[in-house]
Write a protein that binds this ligand. Structure first.
Ligand code: GRF
Length: 213
């Protein structure tokens, strides 16, 4: 795969449908994001995201935790792919795996996750998929949304880059809230952050996110 020298090289980690990955992909192809997706890595062999990657001839890999002796070993394999494809940034787009220290260290401030809630609330080990939205509704929250953040050693605790909210509506179910957040917020928010990241408008200094809009 030949990538123009000034373009950033993105690796995308996925586990499911890959609609966020598709939004990023569409925007790299249109030229809105100055980058190319050079590899897709899935923790789930049946992820639809893998079919999306194949449709665009993007090198795609499966790394199921059960095939490795530990998350550390799995992430060593992921690191070997990132090195081979010389990834500048790693995007977690609906990736359900937990990133090990070896990967976080090597790609410090270069791994970005999108989380479907307003962090720091409703983040952490058990907050993924519909669980997040169920918890938001059960807590009687008036607002929810999505957050894009750098990935650190813990789950959903890394430095926040940007977030955007919407109203939780009376009668919202976990499914309806998930769908509105995904379609009304996540795709656009992730695209705008990744675009700015690839234009060198976002970086970390003294443990703070600098965002030159
Ligand atoms: C999104 O809600 C994302 O925030 C979360 O998992 C979901 C994945 O959706 N981490 P998709 O695979 O991008 O369609």
């Amino acid at each position: 795969m030949i990538v123009k020298a000034d373009k950033k090289r993105l690796a995308v980690l996925v586990s499911g449908g890959g609609s966020n990955m598709q939004a990023i992909l569409d925007n790299t192809l249109s030229g809105n994001i100055n980058a190319e997706i050079v590899a897709v890595i899935s923790s789930n062999a049946d992820a639809y995201a893998l079919i999306r990657a194949k449709n665009y001839n993007i090198p795609a890999f499966v790394c199921c935790l059960k095939d490795y002796s530990s998350p550390f070993e799995r992430d060593n394999y992921i690191l070997s792919i990132l090195d081979k494809y010389r990834a500048d940034y790693v995007l977690l787009a609906g990736y359900l795996g937990i990133i090990s220290q070896n990967l976080v260290k090597k790609y410090k401030n270069r791994i970005v996750n999108i989380h479907p809630a307003l962090l720091p609330k409703f983040g952490g080990k058990n907050y993924h998929g519909l669980n997040v939205h169920k918890a938001v509704i059960e807590a009687g929250e008036k607002r929810s949304g999505a957050t894009v953040h750098f990935v650190d050693e813990n789950i959903d605790t890394g430095l926040i880059i940007a977030s955007q909210g919407l109203d939780v509506l009376p009668g919202d179910t976990p499914e309806s809230l998930q769908s509105r957040i995904l379609n009304e917020i996540e795709h656009k928010l992730f695209v705008s952050v990744v675009k700015d990241l690839c234009d060198d408008k976002i970086w970390v200094e003294n443990n703070r996110v600098i965002y030159k809009k």
